[in-house]
Ligand binder design. Structure first.
Ligand code: BJW
Ligand code: ZN
Length: 252
């Protein structure tokens, strides 16, 4: 990757007073979590989204949908955050005006030390009732059961607390993300194809309000056109360099 691009991107980070990091599945790819749309390894290359990630799919076959998410929960238990997650977390500690908005349902940003992460598409570890929305007591939730447990409030079926196609995003998460996009002066989009809305609209919201946009991705994406700087490469390599503490001029 060009040294000139990296140093221009670092200058934008250095000048930024309010940063938004928008992450997608590619951010966790180097931890071993599959993306959705990568040609060979993405989840949608092996499974049909219509069969697993819609409310209609759950109504049709709750056992199939639940067991697929249970397997993903087990897979998530054995992976670790990668250097990209750690770079974002350590930057957030040094710069209080850094908001992390993720489309990911994993908790790898939090496990790396990021606080206040906004989850646009929910969280894999949580469940709520498909009928009444109650979250219930999750303390005894096992990742082994292959059929959804019953709700303690209404005896409906529990479902994973992730956002499926056709469902609205959690209102609080969306309003926090939208406010961060409107207020920031720099957005870093890391590891997202920019194909799923409304999340993919956030960089344009920020750009229209005057922010600059840096994209970190191994490939070209739908966001290339609005990014001021495209840094091509793995987020686990690029982000540690981009967000490294700048060493100021010597005091001597
Ligand atoms: C690396 C890397 C490395 C790899 N380093 N980079 C027609 C019908 C129905 C709906 C719609 C429709 N047209 C539009 C819609 C709206 C729909 C939508 O956007 N669909 C598009 C796909 C067309 N959106 C919705 O339905 C949303 N809700 C909504 O709009 O509500 C309003 C409404 C209500 C009712 C009716 C209509 C509207 C909800 C979207 C929910 C998305 N859910 C999922 C599943 C979550 C649960 C689960 O995990 O199973 O969220 S889908 C999936 O995509 C997941 C992700 O968060 C999301 C985004 O994907 P992401 O993160 O960008 O991953 P990938 O795989 O796409 O890209 C990975 C990138 O990483 C690639 O670019 C790689 O190159 C890169 N990469 N390794 C850096 N090491
Ligand atoms: Zn219920």
């Amino acid at each position: 990757m060009s040294e000139i691009l990296m140093s221009s991107a670092k200058a934008l980070v250095e000048q930024s007073r309010s940063l938004l990091v928008l992450s997608g599945a590619g951010m966790s790819a180097e931890s071993g979590v599959p993306t959705f749309r990568d040609a060979q390894t993405g989840l949608w290359a092996k499974f049909r989204a219509e069969d697993l990630a819609t409310p209609e799919a759950f109504e049709r076959d709750p056992g199939l949908v639940w067991s697929w998410y249970q397997q993903r929960r087990r897979d998530l238990n054995i992976v670790q955050p990668n250097p990209g997650h750690f770079a974002v977390a350590s930057f957030g500690i040094r710069h209080p005006h850094c908001t992390v908005v993720t489309q990911n349902v994993d908790d790898l940003h939090e496990r790396a030390g990021s606080n206040g992460v906004v989850h646009l598409h929910g969280e894999l570890s949580a469940s709520h009732c498909f009928s009444c929305g109650a979250t219930g007591d999750q303390s005894g939730q096992s990742t082994e059961s292959e059929y959804p447990p019953h709700c303690t409030e209404c005896s409906g079926l529990m479902r994973p607390s992730v956002v499926w196609f056709g469902e609205t995003l959690p209102a609080m998460a969306w309003s926090e993300a939208e406010a961060a996009a409107q207020d920031c002066d720099l957005v870093i989009c890391a590891g997202t194809s920019g194909m799923v809305y409304p999340a993919a609209h956030l960089p344009s919201i920020a750009a229209e309000a005057g922010a600059r946009v840096i994209q970190v991705n191994i490939d070209a994406t739908a966001l290339d056109a609005i990014a001021d700087i495209n840094l091509r490469g793995p987020s686990g390599v690029i982000l540690p360099e981009l967000l490294a503490e700048q060493v100021g001029p010597s005091a001597i």
